[in-house]
Ligand binder design. Structure first.
Ligand code: DX5
Ligand code: ZN
Length: 213
């Protein structure tokens, strides 16, 4: 299991130190939640914050867009050379085109999907993307409770990926902790995003508990 701490739960007053510490604690990616106050009722980071932390980040960024006007934000964040940029299928009329645009920057395109959204919307997109980000809470805030029927949804997605694009990774985001990580792994999750769980304890121990599930 790869682990991507969401810095939404970090102490923003000492963000550089927090980023240094999670990298030293063995994370694989740094999950960056970009919220615009429109697609979700919350605001987070812009490029000045990423400029401030990028030199402390020894692991690649994993950018999760929760915004309107995805294409604009892809152009804005592409210079940070993240490993992934995920955009929400609920907010994109031209998903195939946007995936190609992300790939043209040398970045792996990924699609995020809300808890209530039907996986069938991904059928004709899976072959063009490198990862699906399954939301296991409604996006917008850290510290929410994991929605249990996500497990069934992940199993179905895994079957779809095996059929259409076996290289497509599955990332889960929202309420991930030591109590659900084994079940998530069994369903086929490759990357676990965790915010409040990691940042409310010893970073090394918490990351290890997710990696070694
Ligand atoms: C929610 C964000 C998540 C969030 C996860 O909209 O996409 O990445 O930070 O936080 P936890 O792990 O606390 O649910
Ligand atoms: Zn996220």
């Amino acid at each position: 299991m790869l682990v991507a701490p969401s810095i939404l739960s970090a102490d923003f007053g000492k963000l550089q130190e927090e980023v240094t510490q999670i990298c030293q604690a063995g994370c694989d990616l740094i999950h960056i939640d970009i919220m615009d106050g429109h697609f979700v009722p919350n605001l987070t980071f812009g490029t000045p914050v990423l400029n401030s932390i990028e030199k402390y980040a020894t692991k690649p960024f994993d950018i999760h867009l929760m915004v309107e006007n995805n294409s604009f934000f892809v152009d804005l964040f592409a210079p940070f050379k993240p490993k992934f940029i995920s955009f929400h299928i609920e907010e994109e009329k031209h998903a195939n085109r946007l995936a190609q645009k992300i790939r043209s920057y040398g970045i792996s395109p990924a699609i995020a999907i809300n808890p209530h959204s039907d996986l069938n919307t991904l059928t004709y997109l899976l072959e063009y993307i490198d990862m699906v980000l399954i939301m296991s809470v409604n996006p917008g805030f850290g510290g929410q409770t994991f929605i249990p029927n996500t497990l069934e949804k992940i199993k179905t997605l895994k079957q779809m990926c095996q059929k259409i694009n076996p290289n497509c990774l599955i990332e889960v985001d929202g309420g991930v902790c030591k109590d659900n990580i084994t079940a998530l792994k069994e369903c086929g999750v490759d990357i676990a995003v965790a915010g409040s769980y990691i940042f409310s304890g010893d970073y090394k121990e918490r990351i290890a508990s997710l990696k070694n599930c």
